[in-house]
Design a protein around this ligand. Structure first.
Ligand SMILES: [Ca+2]
Ligand SMILES: [Ca+2]
Length: 238
């Protein structure tokens, strides 16, 4: 074969390969949809999901501190009553040469829950005069008794403790009448704190010599004569 002929055939072969390459398209293609696992996602609608900014960490709301409610202290009160009256001393609890009034006594009792200072409190009978119980501080504690009498002999004859005894130095008022009388207790502001009467009315009497009249139970105060009972064995200081 001549050289020109060889060149011609090579040319033809080259042209043929080129035509075949153009005719045979690649199978690769892109679709605007893709199917994954049966779910269809449209292109063009993808949007970057907004990055979820971390929710601000919630600062712990300060829980209100619950301060303990202040313990309510019980309301303080003082209530002093004339608890027992011994107005007709017997021979055992008197001196032979003493008058009837020297060995009389009155017992006070604090039924409240706070101490009561008896400084400048007064005691008297129906006609008076008023007697100052003490010019010094004297704190009558709750649920405590104190006996008031003219002379110290009362303390010894009844074996009353010093702490539960106040010497008045004078009779209670002008002295407690045996047929009947009234005992009045006033505080330092001259306000009547308690009062009791004995005799034919309202408290039945008179009682026998050597007896006393006492609230039963101690401190009972319903403004009734029945608050008191006849004590054949008086209890000064308790
Ligand atoms: Ca008397
Ligand atoms: Ca008593």
């Amino acid at each position: 074969m001549k050289t020109n002929t060889k060149i011609f055939f090579i040319f033809l072969i080259t042209v043929f390969i080129g035509v075949v390459s153009i005719i045979k398209p690649t199978r690769a293609f892109f679709s605007d949809t893709i199917a994954i696992g049966g779910n269809t996602f449209a292109t063009g609608f993808w949007s970057a999901s907004p990055s979820l900014s971390p929710s601000p960490s919630e600062s712990p709301s300060p829980s209100p501190s619950v301060s303990p409610s202040p313990s309510e202290s019980p309301e303080e009160s003082t209530q002093v009553v004339i608890n027992e009256v011994y107005y007709q001393p017997d021979e055992t609890h008197n001196e032979s040469d003493a008058g009837d009034h020297d060995y009389e006594w009155v017992e006070l009792y604090n039924t409240g829950n706070a101490q009561a200072n008896l400084k400048n409190w007064k005691i008297t009978d129906l006609v008076g005069p008023e007697r100052t119980i003490t010019i010094n501080d004297y704190f009558l504690l709750p649920n405590s008794f104190v006996v008031i009498a003219k002379v110290t002999g009362v303390k010894t004859k009844w074996s009353i403790s010093d702490a539960s005894f106040i010497i008045l130095g004078s009779s209670i008022g002008n002295g407690l009448n045996n047929p009947g009388d009234t005992v009045t207790l006033k505080n330092d502001n001259n306000i009547t704190i308690d009062e009791m009467s004995y005799g034919p009315s309202p408290v039945s009497g008179p009682i026998a010599i050597g007896h006393s009249m006492e609230r039963n139970p101690a401190g009972k105060d319903t403004d009734s004569a029945s608050d008191f009972v006849d004590r054949s064995s008086p209890t000064p200081g308790y």
